[in-house]
Design a protein around this ligand. Structure first.
Ligand code: AMP
Ligand code: MG
Length: 416
């Protein structure tokens, strides 16, 4: 993206479109199974062997020839000699010949000659001889080779999210490693000469840096691998030096602060000069000033978010989270919204899309209602911490009346 500082008002949708069209999905990498959890599979994984790998027993019971159990009843059980045991893991079980049985455990290989497993529940659990009180059909309680997946069949398709069942299946078909879409490495840094790191006592005029923590948490939540690069003062040269150093490990950089119209808005000054990062005014509240572009030889994408804590987190939600999801190879980039009944009236600035912190409730009838929490000020972080959603008030709407339907972005649907 080329361009210098411009002051056009750009819509949220337009800015998001431009941001997303500038991003690349990183090349797949091979990871060990458990490291692949939560990522998208990037190859079609075929089963190299069938599952199950051999015919085996589905029950603890007795391997028999079904014909030998014909006519068995509780009153007149069939009695068969038990000529041995087949535990799970047994390598070469002896076979069953007519009129005999073998005690067999769940998962143990079926012996040659047997065509059914009589479960222990149908027997007297005999060890030397067993009494069977129901007839078995051929095939009873046998798990057949390849009935789960045949050799050469598709086990996990490229694009599938790897969750616990996929991890299990990959292990079951013998895969220790799998090609996946990697987590983008996101470097987060805060700019501002007033900032000190948590754990230190702020001096006069200083404040604790909350953005690098909040943004790092948000990036991790979105699926990124996060590096919190900490605080950079409002100093042109220092900023460029830190960014230069971070380019080595970053797939994406997120900064906060220094993008407004102030005299010390160093991010905008320093990066605006490079010509690869564009600073625009987006028709939204909070989060109006936005910077986006690329840095370095590899064209590493960088988001320069405004410094107010709510502005930076809302900007992250609207622009950076979809970007991280795109880089993860995901198809659904933005959160699903719900429609809710407003429990209070709300006003919003004209021609800007407003994101208000809200509390979303699910009513007994399954419908949603929502009420604002905290004020609209973009420094009100505690209000955001109480909220579980953002209420979206569109550009063309400036008044919402109680009872109106509004669009809501649920943020934390998991209950405590
Ligand atoms: P700026 O965008 O740099 O003009 O900052 C806007 C407001 O956000 C100022 O009140 C800053 O002190 C505050 N702010 C900037 N960066 C941070 C941060 N990392 N943590 C908390 N507040 C911040
Ligand atoms: Mg600042």
């Amino acid at each position: 993206m080329r361009g210098t500082t411009v002051s056009e008002q750009r819509s949220v949708d337009d800015h998001l479109r431009r941001v997303l069209s500038d991003l690349r999905v990183p090349e797949p990498i091979e990871l060990a199974l458990l490291d692949a959890q939560g990522l998208l599979c990037a190859e079609d994984v075929l089963a190299e062997a069938p599952l199950p790998g051999f015919d085996n027993s589905q029950m603890d019971g007795y391997a028999v020839r079904a014909a030998d159990t014909a006519g068995a009843t509780a009153e007149e059980p069939v009695e068969l000699p038990v000529v041995g045991d087949i535990p799970a893991g047994s390598r070469a079980p002896r076979g069953v010949t007519r009129g005999l049985s073998l005690r067999i455990m769940t998962g143990a290989p079926m012996p040659a000659g047997a065509d059914a497993v009589v479960p222990v529940e149908w027997t007297d659990r005999g060890v030397a001889r067993v009494r069977i009180d129901r007839p078995a059909e051929p095939g009873l309680y046998i798990r057949r080779t390849g009935e789960d997946i045949r050799s050469g069949e598709l086990a996990v398709r490229a694009g599938t999210p790897i969750g616990p069942a996929q991890v299990g299946l990959l292990a079951a078909v013998g895969r220790e490693r799998v090609l996946v879409r990697p987590r983008p490495r996101v470097v987060v840094l805060s700019t501002g000469s007033e900032l000190v790191d948590v754990g230190r006592r702020p001096g006069p005029g200083e404040i604790l840096d909350s953005n690098s923590y909040a943004l790092a948490a948000a990036a991790r939540d979105a699926g990124a691998e996060v590096y919190r690069a900490g605080i950079v003062p409002d100093d042109h040269a220092r900023l460029l030096a830190v960014l230069e150093g971070q380019l080595l490990r970053a797939d994406l950089i997120v900064t906060s602060g220094g993008v407004s119209q102030g005299a010390y808005d160093v991010v905008k000054e320093a990066l605006g000069e490079l010509g690869t990062v564009e600073f625009v005014s987006v028709a939204m509240q909070p989060g109006q000033p936005q910077g986006f572009g690329t840095l370095g030889d590899n064209g590493t994408p960088i988001f320069c978010l405004p410094g107010n804590p709510v502005s930076s987190l809302v900007s992250f939600e609207i622009f950076v989270r979809p970007a991280i999801r795109l880089m993860l190879g995901k198809r659904h980039l933005v959160r699903r919204t719900v429609t809710a009944t407003a429990l209070r009236s709300l006003s919003s600035p004209p021609a800007r899309r407003q994101y208000r912190r809200g509390l979303l409730h699910r009513e007994a009838d399954g419908k949603y209602s929502v009420e604002p929490v905290g004020g609209a000020g973009s420094h009100l972080l505690a209000g955001l911490a109480q909220a579980n959603c953002l209420i979206v008030i569109d550009e063309e709407v400036s008044e919402v009346s109680e009872g109106d339907q509004v669009t809501v972005i649920p943020l934390l649907l998991a209950s405590a």
